[in-house]
Design a protein around this ligand. Structure first.
Ligand code: WTA
Length: 659
């Protein structure tokens, strides 16, 4: 990655920059001096952030790195995470503030205040204790975006049990693997969930998953779809209990116990490049400190004033850190929405923003590009003037989507924070600070105060400005993973062996510095192509394709090529207005030339296939592996993690008929 082709230099022709407005900067939670202060004494800086929380016992040491790569932050300190997210706000007189404006997909709503949340979490904590859950036990949660999901997570935290949230769309096999790996004692789920206007069963899948699962003693079932679902909810007598029967009967008082700062908080499974999913382990004090701090500065969140909305699902790390822990620790008022963005219509998000006067909106590039595809006339029908900060997470955001987001949703003035981080990092690591950073479309820019990231070459040497390489984190951070559940060796191997000599954490992402030293993420290193010895990121080519007005979405893979090593194969969805001549050679030729023009002739795709859909995981990531299978004429591999497995048939059918 050290040698960037000169032809790729014009990726850096993206030179637009948007300084913060004076008014925003004047009122921002932090100013430019924050970086220097953090640099001066990182440990003292993080200690100061940890003081944002309420501790029962102070720590004796900010960072104990003697057992590296297993960190201990705020060693000796004790706190209760749920108390910090709920009770202390009530004690401070904010019991009547709405914590959650919940919006159900069918249109039902619930507003939950901090006082109510405290009662709900206390009851749920008592309920878990009543079925035998003790500190250190694992509770698996497979729930859609209902308030009970958040209550259940906080109830676990309150009693020191670990939650392992499993995305609602995961198959029974996937759920079972996670339940077994962590020997979950209790599973919390629902009878069914609303998806695109229909009630779909959930409990039936959970039962299928749990057949013969020895560790599971209780299954607690939230009633959500009720009679909307056909047939009775399958029930295992003695094991299953309704949430409302168990939880509602509990007292609303529960005294939170303080746990060690390093007490495990949760496990969250994430897929690696190969093999079975890894249970990423996070602990209490450091995780909550960084989740809360980053939510405070990256979104410039003002408690009691802002209305915040993170559109993630609690099945992913973004839902953990930026719906549950960070925001609630900061006394947020937030929207939680149960459904899909186009149910019952494509303006649903904008309607919600208008209704609740959402001021901070945090979403993913894939959704932004979908909104672009649906058209700017849809958001134009709503009053979005309450928005003042827009965020992006999950994948590199191409400059076109970034600009569209800013112009169309952010009235051409809202700062955009492109936040880079991972399940493993626990919280945001690289991001602009609104009010401080002059933002650049497509760049996450700079490690946050107190965080250190570098772009290095194969040998671990930092590359100069303008150079590209691997992203590493060269200093421990409070919310870093504390291991892979039950597999210390995998933890060391995956993250710490690549640059063992230097002790760097290997993120698995390619990145480059621009000439200002700002960081641009280029996608996973496994997605980097090598064409005739030139390294080209799939992201770069995608970005070029998407910058063509006819292109709605594009995914690029490197397919093995006898002459050039790899050849670039692009899968492209055309915009509605252009689909009539979608199969036309003209469109394909024009796009190839366009890429050549944007990046250089070496980046010209060998092949461009016009397709109706792209295969995506449930978290919205394009599954390039499957596209590589098509590009290399292989039998298509495992499609079980696709959000919609019929997409591959659709693509293949289109290609076979020459469309
Ligand atoms: C990618 C999601 C570019 C990256 C929080 C990382 C990004 C992986 C960005 C982690 C971003 C996330 N720009 N790439 N702003 N944010 N990524 O664990 O490849 O689901 O390694 O965590 O997503 O995905 P995960």
């Amino acid at each position: 990655m050290t040698e960037q082709s000169p032809a790729l230099d014009n990726l850096l022709t993206e030179s637009r920059s948007f300084p913060p407005g004076a008014e925003f900067a004047g009122a921002a939670n932090v100013g430019p001096d924050v970086y220097g202060a953090a640099e001066e004494d990182r440990e003292e800086f993080w200690a100061e952030q940890a003081r944002r929380l309420s501790w029962d016992t102070g720590w004796s040491r900010v960072l104990d790195w003697s057992g590296a790569p297993f960190a201990k932050w705020f060693a000796g300190g004790r706190l209760n995470v749920a108390y910090n997210c709920v009770d202390r706000h009530v004690e401070a007189g904010f019991g009547d503030q709405v914590a959650i404006h919940w919006v159900g997909e069918p249109g039902d709503t619930r507003d939950i205040t901090y006082a109510q949340l405290k009662d709900d979490v206390s009851r749920a904590a008592n309920a878990l204790v009543s079925v035998g859950v003790v500190a250190g036990d694992v509770v698996a949660i497979q729930l859609q975006m209902v308030p009970e999901a958040i209550v259940a997570m906080l109830a676990c935290a309150r009693i020191g049990a670990l939650h392992s949230v499993v995305f609602g769309g995961f198959s029974p096999t996937a759920l079972r693997a996670r339940v077994d790996d962590a020997a979950a004692k209790v599973v919390i789920t629902s009878d069914g969930q609303y998806r695109r206007g229909k009630a779909a069963p959930m409990k039936a899948n959970v039962d299928e998953a749990l057949a013969g699962a020895e560790s599971v003693e209780k299954v607690i079932v939230v009633r959500r779809t009720g009679d909307a679902l056909e047939g009775a909810t399958p029930w295992v007598a003695g094991r299953d209990v309704w949430w409302h029967d168990l939880v509602d009967a509990q007292p609303a008082e529960h005294r939170p116990e303080a746990f060690d700062s390093e007490h495990p908080l949760f496990i969250l499974y994430t897929s690696g490049t190969t093999g079975r999913p890894k249970g990423i382990l996070h602990t209490s004090g450091g995780y909550l400190t960084q989740a809360a701090y980053t939510h405070h500065v990256v979104f410039d969140h003002k408690p009691g004033v802002d209305v915040y909305w993170c559109t993630a699902d609690i099945g992913w790390i973004t839902g953990h850190s930026y719906i549950v822990y960070g925001p609630l620790a900061n006394r947020v008022t937030q929207v939680v929405y149960e459904g899909t963005p186009n149910t019952p219509h494509e303006g649903r998000h904008w309607e919600i923003i208008q209704k609740y006067k959402v001021s901070i909106y945090y979403t993913a590039p894939t959704l932004i590009r979908t909104f672009m595809k649906w058209g700017a006339d849809i958001p134009a029908k709503y009053d979005l003037s309450s928005l003042r900060v827009l965020g992006s997470v999950g994948e590199p955001i191409n400059p076109e989507a970034w600009i569209w987001y800013r112009d169309t949703i952010g009235a051409s003035k809202t700062p955009i924070v492109d936040t880079w981080w991972q399940t493993e990092t626990g919280a945001i690591m690289i991001s602009p600070l609104p009010g401080v950073t002059a933002t650049k479309p497509g760049s996450a820019q700079r490690a946050l105060p107190g965080i250190s990231a570098k772009v290095v070459d194969d040998t671990g040497t930092e590359v100069p400005p303008g150079g590209g390489g691997y992203l590493v984190l060269d200093k421990p951070w409070p919310s870093m993973l504390r291991g892979v559940w039950g597999d210390d060796e995998r933890f060391r191997d995956t993250y710490w062996s690549r640059f063992a000599e230097q002790g760097f954490y290997f993120a698995g992402d390619g990145a480059k510095y621009d000439t200002d030293g700002d960081i641009w993420l280029l996608g996973r290193v496994d997605d980097v192509m090598n064409v005739s010895g030139h390294r080209i990121s799939t992201t770069e080519v995608e970005s070029a394709l998407v910058s063509h007005p006819a292109v709605a979405e594009a995914a690029v893979v490197g397919a093995s090529d006898p002459t050039t090593g790899q050849g670039i194969v692009a899968f492209v969805i055309l915009r509605a207005a252009h689909t009539t001549d979608s199969g036309g050679e003209d469109a394909v030729q024009e796009l190839r030339n366009h890429v050549a023009k944007e990046i250089g002739p070496i980046a010209k795709p060998r092949q461009i296939l016009i397709v109706p859909e792209l295969p995506k995981t449930r978290s919205g990531k394009i599954m390039r592996r499957l596209l590589r299978d098509i590009a290399e004429n292989r039998t298509i591999g495992d499609v079980t993690t696709l959000a919609d497995s019929s997409v591959m048939d659709l693509i293949s059918a289109g290609l076979n008929t020459g469309k």
